[in-house]
Design a protein around this ligand. Structure first.
Ligand code: KG4
Ligand code: ZN
Length: 343
């Protein structure tokens, strides 16, 4: 079964054709990042306008790279939540029009479910159940993936997402937006032990995260140094900060996996591209005697192939939308199991 998938939840306009949830026939991503860089972050209205301009071309390219016309597609899939509402609406409207015109089924896909499904592409043998750490620009979750379409969120961030924290720290260190990958590069040159930051103590759910304290600590350190006329080594600070984030994520995933007896660990989302975090998760998995699955770097960030992968399993579970499909800026992964006529 070949699914044409569309993703426009943030600042990438993407389309892809995926066969049976695992085989990527085409994968086109038009990034707007150079434009948003000028403003130090995503400007929602600009994002919507660029999606509108790019979407037709991106979809045509995805079809032609897959050597298919609309008649070769069995279903249309689209990210409908969560994300920037104006950005999501562009993809949703386009996909609805396309599904109606071609008389193909329309499959609505949750963006985070898509990030998790990126691993199905990279690892053809991976099947639920497993425990997944999702770390992206907007989300940090520990998710128990019970089946291809059922989730239990067992830990979440109480404030900033991990990617947001990377981007804010990168900004204060003078790196361009989005700064996660620049921190990763700088960290390779720096000393991890140059600075030490405390891990947040949270009451309540022991698998929850908090990154705003760490972000503030780094920002204060840089500002205080500059007021005193001292210089800080961006490389050392990046390395120490990255180590702290990796350790916090590692501790939480370790505790959750141990409690649940999980022997299959998965990571997903833009921040899962981080080399320090990947290294740390490998150690966590080894110490638990668990297998670790990580997406190929090109499927960590936003793309439509991951949406096409998830759409296949959503389709098999009976999820369908009609012309009344709307977008949602926020929607928990746990709330989607019973939507859209899942059987
Ligand atoms: O998943 P994603 O593309 O978009 C969302 O759904 O949010 O994640 C984007 C985030 C940004 O915060 C970006 O800085 C971060 O992923 N990121 C990284 C790396 N590559 C991308 N963070 C740390 N290290 C990286 N190598
Ligand atoms: Zn994303």
């Amino acid at each position: 079964m070949k699914i044409l998938a569309i993703e426009s939840s943030c600042d990438e306009t993407a389309a892809s054709v995926v066969e049976d949830g695992r085989k990527v026939l085409s994968d086109i991503v038009a990034s707007q990042v150079e434009e948003h860089k000028l403003y130090g972050g995503v400007v929602p209205e600009i994002a919507s306008r660029r999606h509108i301009e790019s979407i037709s071309g991106v979809v045509s390219e995805a079809l032609s790279e897959a050597n298919l016309g609309f008649d070769g597609i069995d279903a249309v899939a689209v990210t409908y939540a969560p994300g920037l509402i104006g950005a999501l609406l562009v993809g949703v409207s386009y996909a609805k029009g396309l599904a109606m015109m071609t008389e193909k089924p329309l499959v609505p896909v949750h963006h985070i479910a898509g990030h998790i499904a990126a691993n199905y592409i990279t690892h053809p043998d991976l099947e639920p159940p497993f425990l997944c750490l999702v770390v992206s620009g907007g989300h940090s979750h520990i998710v128990e993936v019970k089946s291809y379409t059922e989730y239990r969120v067992i830990g979440r961030t109480r404030d900033d997402a991990a990617g947001e924290c990377f981007d804010k720290v990168a900004r204060v260190l003078g790196f361009p937006y989005p700064g996660g990958k620049y921190i990763d590069e700088a960290a390779k040159r720096g000393r991890k032990t140059a600075y030490s930051f405390t891990h947040p103590k949270l009451s309540g759910c022991e698998y929850d995260f908090s990154f705003s304290g760490l972000k503030t600590a780094v920002i204060n350190l840089v500002h205080t140094a500059s007021q005193r006329g001292e210089t800080v080594s961006a490389d050392d600070l990046a390395a120490s900060f990255q180590k702290t984030v990796a350790d916090i994520l590692g501790e939480k995933l370790f505790a959750a996996a141990k409690a649940l007896g999980s022997k299959k660990l998965v990571i997903a989302g833009g921040v899962s591209a981080n080399s320090g975090i990947r290294e740390k998760m490998k150690k966590v998995a080894d110490s638990l005697g668990a297998a670790l699955y990580m997406p190929e770097l090109k499927y960590c960030g936003d793309n439509a192939a991951m949406i096409g992968a998830q759409a296949y399993y959503d389709f098999l579970a009976g999820r369908r939308a009609d012309e009344s499909l709307n977008a949602a800026a926020t929607l928990s992964l746990e709330d989607i199991s019973t939507e859209f006529g899942r059987q």
